[in-house]
Design a protein around this ligand. Structure first.
Ligand SMILES: Cc1cc2nc3c(=O)[nH]c(=O)nc-3n(C[C@H](O)[C@H](O)[C@H](O)COP(=O)(O)OP(=O)(O)OC[C@H]3O[C@@H](n4cnc5c(N)ncnc54)[C@H](O)[C@@H]3O)c2cc1C
Length: 295
């Protein structure tokens, strides 16, 4: 039988999310070439933004992009946790102090910005878009044969899986399926073209109680990120998660019946919630599954 010619790479990373691009950049800084296979035709930034703590900034500094991310995002000065049932402040953490001799840092980083900053530092031919892997085979010399959805194959000496929660690589490694945390989440980004007032004393505000956790924090002078998570209960089973507009109405209804301030309602009202994934079950893969996997 005629053997199909396979193009080869030393190191292949699957997934151009935060993990995949960070790994590729770390290798690049050490002078090691890699190729990143990404199923989407462009960078995917669903989820808008996320909270970034001092350990994340240590990693970003090691990759040489920490200051770029700092320049583009506000440093939160305080985390305040309030009961959404009573309106009482339950806890307040000052973010203006130091940790380990360095200023404590908490910023809400826009996912698209972080992905673009990482991508810009990589050689132009590193990421191959529209390259979805569907399966993997072992070759006799420990190389891996990667099968792509378009029918092509790629041979790799080392394969690094960064393909997210539904990872093909994890499945191939025999890792346990991700567990459901028992909570759902929806997120949004409120955009203020002329700037917003939250930038002058940036705070990370969280509200617990009334059957939900809700929080908001400014990313920069124009954008405020918010999240809302809830455990499905018999009462909430009928939540319509089919569109961003429906999720927004659900969140607004819940917030209106609680002690969350009016400014929060305003920012949810003006925000965009993606129709792509209006709500997500929060799932995680235990690191122990790496130890006990059959691989
Ligand atoms: C509601 C919510 C809030 C969160 N908030 C925070 C937070 O505040 N702070 C925090 O640190 N984390 C947070 N997380 C977790 C964080 O989003 C994830 O840990 C992070 O995005 C994981 O990055 P990743 O690169 O591993 O995976 P992903 O971001 O999922 O990227 C995986 C990439 O792989 C690609 N891919 C998938 N399958 C294939 C395939 N077969 N072939 C090729 N490419 C493929 C995808 O298109 C994607 O680009 C949150 C998650 C959720 C759901």
């Amino acid at each position: 039988m005629q053997q199909q010619e396979k193009s080869g790479e030393q190191i292949v990373i699957v997934g151009a999310g935060l993990a995949g691009l960070a790994v590729a950049l770390g290798l690049h800084r050490k002078g090691v070439r890699s190729v990143v296979l990404e199923s989407s035709p462009a960078l995917r930034a669903s989820g808008f933004a996320f909270g970034t703590w001092p350990n994340a900034f240590r990693a970003l500094d090691a990759l040489g992009v920490g200051d770029k991310i700092r320049d583009l995002h506000l440093q939160a000065q305080v985390l305040r946790v309030t009961s959404s049932s009573t309106g009482e402040v339950a806890r307040e953490l000052d973010f203006t102090g130091k940790q380990g001799g360095r200023p404590f840092e908490f910023r809400c980083v826009r996912r698209d910005v972080l992905l673009q900053v990482l991508e810009a530092e990589l050689p132009g031919d590193t990421i191959r878009y529209s390259s979805k892997i569907v399966s993997i085979d072992d070759e006799h010399d420990d190389a891996k044969i990667i099968h792509l959805a378009d029918g092509s194959t790629l041979r790799a000496k080392a394969l690094i899986g960064c393909d997210g929660i539904n990872s093909v690589v994890s499945r191939w490694l025999g890792l346990a399926k991700p567990s459901h945390s028992g909570r759902w989440a929806t997120r949004g980004l409120a955009h203020y073209p002329d700037g917003h007032a939250f930038q002058f004393q940036p705070k990370f505000l969280q509200f617990f109680g009334h059957g939900f956790r809700f929080g908001y924090v400014p990313c920069n002078a124009n954008d405020v990120y918010w999240f809302y998570t809830w455990p499905p209960s018999p009462h909430d089973d009928g939540v319509d998660k089919s569109s961003g507009a429906k999720m927004k109405q659900y969140v607004l209804t819940k917030l209106r019946s609680s002690k969350v301030p009016a400014e929060a309602l305003e920012l949810v009202q003006r925000s965009e919630i993606s129709d792509d994934a209006p709500a997500t079950p929060l799932r995680f893969r235990s690191p122990f599954s790496l130890l006990f996997a059959d691989c």
